[in-house]
Design a binder for this molecule. Sequence first.
Ligand code: DGL
Length: 281
Amino acid sequence: MKNETLSSLPGPIGIFDSGYGGLTILEKIRKELPQYDYIYLGDNARTPYGTRSFDVVYKFTLECVNQLFEMGCQLVVLACNTASAKALRSIQQNDLPQIDPSRRVLGVIRPTVEAVGSMTKTKHIGLLATPGTVQSNSYPLEIAKLHENIIVTSEACPLWVPLIENNEHLSVGADYFIRKNVQQLLEIDSLIDTIMLGCTHYPLVEEKIKALIPAGISIVSQGEIVAKSLVDYLQRHPEMSAKCTQGGSIRYLTTESVEKFASSASIFLKEQIQAEHIDLG
Ligand code: DGL
């Protein structure tokens, strides 16, 4: 049954991630669509999601989406591959019809998969992602639906998100794990010419990855792809655009401490921000 307590008035666009990674998507979205209002929600108290089970990722993601709905968002972007892989479909198919069929939740995997097909010449793609995203098999399945004869080789990188969340990603210790995962991926398939960063945290180590791979291999980072896809979506759905307020504002919410969020978020956004604490539920 529809949640009657939710307002039907236009509201900000909600951007959700388990932690800071979604800020890499938010930054590009705001560059393309600066006129809208945004609320960013980072579930930093429970990050990382990438090593958690399907049920837990689904439960946590739904709680965050509901929170954004209660704050007036009519449209929410899951700026997290793990949540997109493990929770998006259930939320779209089972929860939205109950909560409010007119609201929308979008993910980051589909736009990335749409874009990547034209980028590979060898038809061999590598995926670097969290264990959750890799185990879900979402990328190979979505690629097979849209593109013929593309071979996807996946490498789970369980330590990258914790290293980035703890601001240790530029340390010598991080080099070891980044090199190990990138080498393992290329050893499995030497024909890879395109590597997808299937985690919104990974743009922060993109330069390190670039330094480890041969010049002919290109890296696909999701920020711009997702931002352009949202521009396209809002053009094709003027009724959704009309439900998103346009005041150019941004609020940052975190389930962790505001000081911690503000200081780490500045690494992602390269600017000082103010955050608000939120308790879910
Ligand atoms: N940024 C999230 C993603 O894109 C990180 C997931 C996590 O919390 O491990 O998958």
